[in-house]
Ligand binder design. Structure first.
Ligand code: GLC
Ligand code: GLC
Length: 811
């Protein structure tokens, strides 16, 4: 069942009912200021860091769900409704929500009054603009009371939701005409405030939640909205809010707009006040003046549309397969931008106060983003690398505002260092910008100990190479990619962290998955050495890699698939010797992607085992059989009920690894079948089962052991976005950036007759036409570039500004 449809021409997903199975959200903002907005107008806003600079409150896990948001109320003669249905939940005569690229439009209609609420974050400004357009569609004049409402967060979202004894006393506001200033803690150490304004004179306003909602009221039926007016309240402590009220009349057919803005303003320390205790509002006034008229707002909307048009024009697909085209050309790339910006910090499932940016997460997010804005990818790589330690290990997380490593979690996740090689190599393949390797980069954010980025990569490689266990496989540490496989922790007490309890980096437990990574990314490292003429280093790296590859083919092999690991007692994990958890997805995907076992037939066997044992109609589950009891030697993975999360859920992130691996063996049909199973546009029809947004990937879908098989959770912030884009663009459609230029080497379903890709690459634009006249899955028969045949599949590098016509015939 569907709850909306894709509008490809407008690049929107249009939702037809507010009663979606879960809130279906969108992200506004792409640089500093961000808002989340649901299809009923729920959500929240923050500046850069969802934990430390939160502008508005959001209560997760609330009942009813999704009550906090960017609210507009209309009181039409006692009938109270919202353009997006929530929170009053009055039945609307018409409703649509259009989620587009960086904007959302909620349209509601009730008793002949149409209201459109258009939300977006303009380019280059730290604010959200909400334009409300009201239209009287009847033949009689209509008088309405219209209200806006946001609830401020006292900046530090963690403190805001726990330290009530203090923060019930700190809240402060100022009001000047239609501008409501939230200035809690500005009197002391903060030099930033928020402003919630309207471009229209207010009839009344409120800044105290108790006054607006009523102490025992709430956003569903605020006392002020029921009364038809606010009480000009000034908040002193408790809960500061912003609410505007307009008493207005619309003539028959008349349309009126009111422009609201929620802005973040920072002042230089010496210019904080305009008078004792009074905040300096100059910057806020300038911001308000930039969005005072409809023409200005229209221009800002157009600039946003142009920005996205330009960004997406760098990778466009026309294949005749409508669902594939819309995912590749639009939604998958859009999600890659969001994951690049947010990492795993703020979604409807990530509270923004938990875990900052993940080291491995951000490195992988970059793989799907680097072609969009390489300069931002460059900056990110340098930021991430600066949280590495001198021995090559890394912090597991860092805070986006400070860019410092998070010492509560520390290091010891032994896959982390190799992801730095993965993302740097991807950046180099995309840009050819070798200068990045010479950049001096701090260790543990200490600039006095800076070394070149290349030296950082060297230490990443060396860290893995010097941390091998009894079988010659890499030691796992606290966990590898699978955060829940905790082989050294042995946590017995509720509430302890599964990852950082216990002796952590034990000398025995090994990871076959990291072995696969070492082979894949180690080889990429050796190629960088080749390019830098570090011949000896490249050779010795390859010797080390060959040894780990051999260990993987022997100690890492279980007979029909790759084992997952060895635990702290030297017993295999992911083996037929185990009673549960006999086979895991991750090593099959990573090892085959690395080419391990391609010649020996082991790769083929491993993927066959995946298909036989892990495949389901909704995707490939992480392991089988699911763990039914808690295992001290395995940790968090066995803490989840069977079929959920890492315990045999369909963990979408590693499904593309299987799809990529299938292409390594030339299996285009199977690769595409795996791709489609978790691909949002292909499963739109089962939205009632899937429940999360049909335009973006979710982290997890309940596996076949779960009572809710097929139900997704944790939409938006998942490495799935980047990996599926890498999979579909490079492995399946075969447009592959290499260190020497673009290669075209597809592996597609035999039924796909052909497609065209427009790809911007190092400043040139390649128009690539692939034809498949013999219905093959893999194999390039001929390539012509600007009409002339070339040998092989590597396209000659075009100059920036050039446009190149490429024709590829498969066969
Ligand atoms: C979460 C984490 C990611 C990890 C994955 C598997 O998505 O953010 O770092 O790799 O779970 O445990
Ligand atoms: C939990 C989650 C896992 C995530 C980790 C991040 O272990 O199950 O998915 O990677 O938390 O800390």
């Amino acid at each position: 069942m569907r709850f909306g449809h894709f509008d490809d021409a407008r690049r929107e997903y249009v939702i037809d009912t507010p009663r979606t199975p879960l809130p279906w959200i969108n992200y506004l903002g792409s640089e500093d200021f961000f808002s989340l907005v649901s299809n009923t107008g729920g959500g929240y806003s923050f500046y850069r860091d969802a934990r430390l600079r939160r502008l508005t409150r959001y209560r997760y896990n609330n009942s009813p769900l999704d009550m906090d948001g960017h609210r507009i109320y209309i009181n039409d003669g006692g009938t109270i409704w919202n353009p997006g249905w929530q929170p009053a939940k009055t039945e609307l005569d018409r409703y649509t929500c259009r989620h587009g690229l960086g904007y959302t439009i909620l349209q509601g209609e009730k008793n002949g009054i149409a209201a459109a609420q258009e939300l977006f974050v303009p380019r280059g400004d730290a604010c959200e603009i909400d334009r409300l357009t009201l239209e009287n569609k009847t033949a009689a004049p209509r008088t309405l009371d219209v209200f806006s409402y946001v609830e401020f967060c006292l900046w530090d979202a963690m403190d805001d939701s726990s330290n009530f004894q203090r923060n019930f006393s700190t809240g402060e506001v100022e009001v000047v005409e239609s501008a409501i200033y939230h200035k809690t803690e500005y009197r002391e150490r903060r030099d930033h405030y928020a402003v919630f304004w309207a471009n229209t004179p207010v009839t009344s306003f409120d800044t105290s939640r108790d006054a607006f909602c009523g102490v025992y009221g709430g956003p569903a039926a605020p006392e002020a909205v029921k009364a038809g007016h606010c009480s000009n309240s000034i908040a002193h402590g408790w809960a500061p809010v912003g609410a505007h009220h307009f008493h207005l009349t619309l003539a028959p057919g008349e349309k009126k707009s009111i422009i609201f803005g929620l802005g973040y303003i920072e002042n230089p320390v010496g210019e904080k006040f305009s008078a004792p205790g009074i905040i300096n509002k100059a910057r806020a006034e300038a911001m308000m003046a930039r969005y005072a008229t409809d023409a200005q707002v229209d221009a800002a909307r157009r600039a946003l549309a142009d920005y996205w048009q330009e960004l997406l024009s760098g990778w466009q697909l026309t294949s005749g397969e409508e669902k594939l085209d819309r995912m590749v050309s639009l939604w998958n790339q859009y999600q890659c931008m969001v994951t690049f910006n947010m990492s795993r910090s703020a979604s409807y499932y990530e509270s923004g106060i938990g875990r900052g940016m993940g080291f491995r997460d951000s490195c992988q997010d970059l793989l799907g983003f680097v072609h969009m804005i390489p300069s931002r990818a460059r900056e990110r790589i340098l930021d991430i690398a600066a949280t590495q330690f001198e021995d090559g290990s890394t912090y597991h997380q860092y805070q986006p505002l400070t860019k410092k490593g998070n010492s509560d979690v520390g290091s010891g996740f032994n896959d982390d260092p190799l992801w730095l090689i993965a993302c740097t190599a991807a950046y180099l393949r995309e840009t050819g910008d070798w200068s990045i390797l010479d950049e001096p980069v701090a260790f543990d954010n200490d600039v006095t100990r800076a070394q070149s980025l290349m030296e950082h990569l060297r230490r990443s490689f060396r860290y893995t190479h010097t941390h091998l266990g009894p079988h010659g496989l890499p030691l796992i540490g606290r966990a590898d990619w699978n955060d829940c496989l905790n082989l050294n922790c042995f946590s017995e007490h509720p509430g302890e962290s599964f990852q950082i309890t216990g002796p952590s980096e034990g000398p025995v437990a090994e990871s076959v998955f990291i072995a696969g990574m070492f082979v894949k990314y180690g080889r990429e490292y050796a190629e960088l050495c080749d390019h830098l003429h570090l011949t000896e280093e490249a050779a010795s790296a390859r010797t080390a890699i060959d040894a780990v590859e051999q260990a993987t083919l022997t100690a890492g092999w279980d007979g029909a698939w790759f084992r997952r690991a060895y635990d702290a007692f030297g017993a295999p994990v992911g083996s037929r010797e185990c009673d549960e958890g006999q086979i895991f997805i991750e090593p099959q995907g990573m090892c085959v992607m690395a080419g391990i076992g391609r010649e020996t037939g082991q790769a083929e066997a491993a993927l066959k085992s995946v298909e036989e044992r892990l495949d389901t109609p909704y995707g490939v589950v992480l392991l089988q059989p699911a763990y039914t009891t808690y295992r001290l030697n395995l940790g968090e993975i066995s803490s989840y009920p069977p079929g959920y999360k890492e315990n045999a859920g369909i963990f979408c992130h590693n499904n593309p690894w299987i799809s990529c691996a299938e292409t390594v063996l030339g299996h285009g049909d199977r690769a595409f079948a795996v791709y489609k199973k978790t691909c949002p546009a292909y499963i739109e029809d089962i939205s009632e089962i899937h429940r999360t947004e049909p335009y973006v990937y979710s982290q997890m879908v309940a596996g076949r052991d779960a009572p809710t098989f097929g139900e997704a959770k944790n939409s938006w912030l998942t490495g799935t976005a980047a990996w599926t884009f890498v999979n579909v663009s490079q492995y399946i459609l075969g447009i592959q950036p290499t260190l020497d230029g673009l290669r075209v080497d597809p592996c597609i379903p035999h039924t796909l007759a052909g497609y065209t890709v427009t790809r911007r690459y190092r400043g040139a634009v390649y128009h690539i036409r692939v034809e498949n006249p013999h219905a093959v899955q893999k194999g390039v028969q001929s390539v012509t570039v600007n009409g002339a045949p070339i040998a092989g599949t590597l396209l000659p590098l075009a100059k920036a500004g050039e446009s190149v016509e490429v024709s590829v015939i498969l066969g």
